[in-house]
Ligand binder design. Structure first.
Ligand SMILES: Cc1cc2nc3c(=O)[nH]c(=O)nc-3n(C[C@H](O)[C@H](O)[C@H](O)COP(=O)(O)OP(=O)(O)OC[C@H]3O[C@@H](n4cnc5c(N)ncnc54)[C@H](O)[C@@H]3O)c2cc1C
Length: 386
């Protein structure tokens, strides 16, 4: 499949073996019940895959982003769904880069051991959406704690996480020189806050994603849970976005590989008019085109990961990788449904489930339009459009 030596071939093989224990029927049942893949996430945690980015001194394996990307890509390529836990890999990056020594010692080893789950990220609000700095959740200082009021939406995995990384305003927008100032990042211990100012309400979506609305009503957060400096939280969150984009892009590459394998197998085996349907160019070409798109996107993911690991700027590559991979996985999904004809809609084939799941990545964690705006403004030097 590749002209490059794969430094993560062994990890991929091990992840493949793990995923084989969680076949289509496991995911179909969860999808029907909107259940959480507890056993799958436990298996990944126990095998150490979710803590690969945590440095060894804090109990992780201290691997680079490309190893994390290989893990998530393989999960998707095997028909499983990393969305149940992918954020556990990268949210901790904010604590690692900007947290105090005490926070790192307190949280990172426990996350690495699987005793603490940090996989809820509260940024998006109903009235701010993409316009992040317009968020309204406010945390006011009150002695040795902050008191939070407001609401988040689309806080994924909130019911299956112990901690949440929360972005809230600590200075009203009109009192700051720039709208990116006056936002702060907090580690919220949801176990302590639930029922004491924190309410979580699941949202039923077209795919099984365990995403939620989260409400804060005079929720107390100890001041020691502020990450870094008050007012600089937006910058801290932005810092983590390249890693997030590259990892989601790797998941899309995995999805595209899954769809392509499914399409080719079916096109080779379904015989109509005395020959396999895959002998028709009308069936072959969309599959081949999506494959070419995926391979091009895969190169961009690799370049982005390599630059990230080398400590080089990688905003351009991370954004383009996310854009191209999400488009490639969608093209492969579309070709897969079409190749399967009516069976593409049947639950038992898993195609319709994966089709619903992969569609998300053109909207979240950042929509395609906003990536195009980023490229136009920051790479091509065109005027900011919003
Ligand atoms: C299943 C799911 C899980 C999610 N998980 C999380 C999570 O864990 N944590 C979290 O904080 N958020 C999460 N999100 C939120 C996600 O990041 C947002 O949905 C996404 O950023 C888009 O914001 P929005 O939905 O408010 O759309 P809007 O910002 O309202 O945008 C709507 C449309 O308008 C377009 N648009 C908006 N402004 C412009 C512009 N200036 N130029 C061109 N086009 C524009 C967008 O591209 C989009 O297509 C999740 C969302 C979903 C659906």
């Amino acid at each position: 499949m590749s002209t490059f030596d794969d430094p993560h071939a062994e990890i991929r093989e091990e992840v493949r073996k793990l995923c084989a224990r969680f076949p289509g029927e496991y995911w179909r049942k969860l999808d029907r019940e909107r259940g959480y893949p507890t056993e799958f996430v436990r298996a990944l945690t126990e095998a150490g895959y979710l803590s690969v980015l945590i440095p060894e001194e804090y109990g992780g394996s201290g691997l680079g982003l490309s190893a994390a990307a290989a893990i998530l890509e393989t999960i998707q390529a095997e028909g499983c769904n990393g969305a149940a836990c992918h954020a556990q890999m990268y949210i901790m990056g904010t604590i690692l880069r900007h947290g105090s020594d005490a926070q790192k010692r307190r949280y990172l080893p426990a996350i690495a051991r699987g005793e603490l789950r940090l996989q809820a990220f509260g940024v998006t609000e109903p009235t701010s959406g993409t316009d992040t700095t317009a968020l309204r959740t406010f945390a006011r200082r009150d002695g040795d704690r902050y008191i939070g009021n407001g609401q988040k939406i689309w806080t994924s995995r909130a019911e299956h996480s112990d901690l949440m990384l929360l972005l809230a305003r600590t200075t009203p927008r009109e009192q700051t020189a720039k709208r990116t100032e006056g936002l702060s990042t907090f580690i919220v211990d949801m176990r302590a806050a639930l029922g004491h100012g924190l309410t979580i309400r699941p949202i039923r979506t077209m795919m099984n994603h365990n995403t939620c609305e989260v409400f804060f009503d005079e929720m107390a957060v100890p001041a020691e849970n502020l990450v870094g400096e008050e007012g600089r939280g937006f910058r801290y969150v932005l810092d983590g976005m390249n890693a997030e984009r590259l990892l989601i892009a790797a998941e899309c590459i995995g999805d595209a590989k899954w769809f392509t394998a499914k399409s080719t197998a079916y096109a080779n085996s379904r015989v109509l008019f005395g020959r396999p349907i895959g002998q028709n160019q009308g069936v072959q070409f969309p599959i081949a085109r999506a494959y070419a798109q995926m391979r091009a996107a895969e190169l961009m993911v690799r370049e982005g990961c390599a630059r990230f690991e080398a400590g080089l700027p990688c905003g351009e590559q991370a954004n383009m990788a996310k854009l191209l991979s999400a488009e490639a996985s969608w093209a492969a999904a579309e070709a897969c449904v079409q190749t399967h004809g009516g069976f593409g809609f049947a639950e038992d084939y898993d195609v319709e489930r994966k089709f619903r799941e992969t569609r998300l990545y053109q909207v979240a964690p950042i929509s395609t339009n906003l990536i195009l705006s980023y490229i136009a403004e920051h790479v091509l030097g065109l005027p900011r459009s919003y």
